[in-house]
Design a protein around this ligand. Structure first.
Ligand code: ASP
Ligand code: CP
Length: 331
């Protein structure tokens, strides 16, 4: 559940300020509300935060193209403002050895919401604890979670396929380390009417036990496979992921090198031929070798539409954290 914040004494977010650091905070009702607000904003992007003086900080200790730019674009399109550093690792006082908690408390003194990306799992939760009066949004914590990406992914599946009920969905690639897969699976596991879930990966990056057990105990039909060619014709959605190079340590880096150029888990024109005519390919991006540009012009390639959805989802989240959603919903 979203954590409700006590009212603040200084002029601060008017509605319930919450943290967003793991997908378990979103029940189906909350998801419905987020998607409804996203649709409204997409149709009519009003600068709800104009003249509010609200500032968002982006504190990114890992590289990013989409998450940082879309959050910053979202805040600016809403009429709010942004403070940031190109790399919190190199250009904040983390470079002098400052603890994350101290940096976050400091930045919280200057801003109304903090978007945090960090290489350590649990970093966003630790930041939220250190900083109870300012909402923290997890923009990816190590191999933990990436909850706002999962919102984008689910929203995209709904928009592209008309919902998840009865749909067969394959999650492909680095199931062990992809934080987007982790957050998305927790979300999907709430929808018991999903037709079938396929987990497709080589053995060395299979889904970790805890999450597998969580999904297996739901009533959703589940197949674990190592064969993308076999699964591709059966599914309505392929959610592809990159081998998360930065999460491999020295011991298993040889496995990374062995697999990352192999064609077995790559989506190319041949896989496209096997897929249903109205299926969709999603990818959180960035892609490396696992999804070839030759696929991009096929209407089933939904990943750049997914990118655009990210802007609207993040505008909706910022409005929910900082402003009045009734105004939007009652339009
Ligand atoms: N951009 C996503 C993430 O930060 C996926 C990826 O990097 O492969 O988790
Ligand atoms: N999808 C995603 O998180 O992309 P970036 O790593 O580029 O932010």
């Amino acid at each position: 559940l979203m954590i409700r914040r006590p009212p603040r004494s200084t002029p601060k977010p008017s509605s319930a300020a919450s943290d967003v650091y793991k997908r378990q905070q979103f029940d189906k009702e909350t998801l419905k509300r987020i998607f409804e607000i996203t649709d409204k904003i997409r149709d009519n992007p009003i600068p709800m935060l104009k003249n509010s003086g609200f500032l968002m900080s982006t504190l990114f200790y890992e590289p990013s193209t989409r998450t940082r730019f879309s959050f910053e674009a979202a805040m600016k399109k809403l009429g709010g403002d942004v403070i940031s550093t190109e790399s919190a690792t190199n250009f904040s006082s983390a470079a002098k050895g400052e603890r994350l908690e101290d940096s976050v408390r400091t930045v919280a003194a200057y801003s109304d919401v903090i978007v945090l990306r960090h290489s350590q799992e649990g970093a966003a939760e630790a930041a939220a604890l250190a900083c109870p009066d300012t909402p923290i949004i997890n923009a990816g914590d190590g191999e933990g979670q990436h909850p706002t990406q999962a919102l984008i992914d689910l929203y995209t599946i709904r928009r592209e396929c008309g919902g998840v009920n009865g749909k067969s969905i394959a999650l492909v690639g680095d199931l062990a380390h992809s934080r987007t897969i982790h957050s998305l699976l927790y979300l999907l596991a709430q929808y018991k009417d999903i037709g079938h879930l396929y987990l497709v990966s080589p053995e060395f990056v299979k889904l970790k036990r805890e999450l597998l057990l969580h999904v297996a105990e739901k009533d959703i039909p589940l197949t674990i496979s190592a064969d993308l060619k076999e699964v591709a014709p059966k599914v309505d959605v392929i959610y592809q992921t990159r081998l998360q190079k930065e999460r491999f340590d020295q011991n298993d880096f040889a496995m990374y090198q062995k697999y990352h150029r192999q064609a077995d888990y790559r989506i190319d024109a041949d896989i496209l031929k096997l897929m249903k005519p109205d299926a969709r390919i999603l990818h959180p991006l960035p892609r490396v070798n696992e999804l070839l540009p030759e696929v991009d012009n096929d209407p089933r390639a939904a990943y750049f539409r997914q990118v655009e959805n990210g802007l609207y989802i993040r505008m909706a989240l910022l409005v929910m954290l900082l402003s009045d959603t009734d105004f939007i919903l009652n339009q």
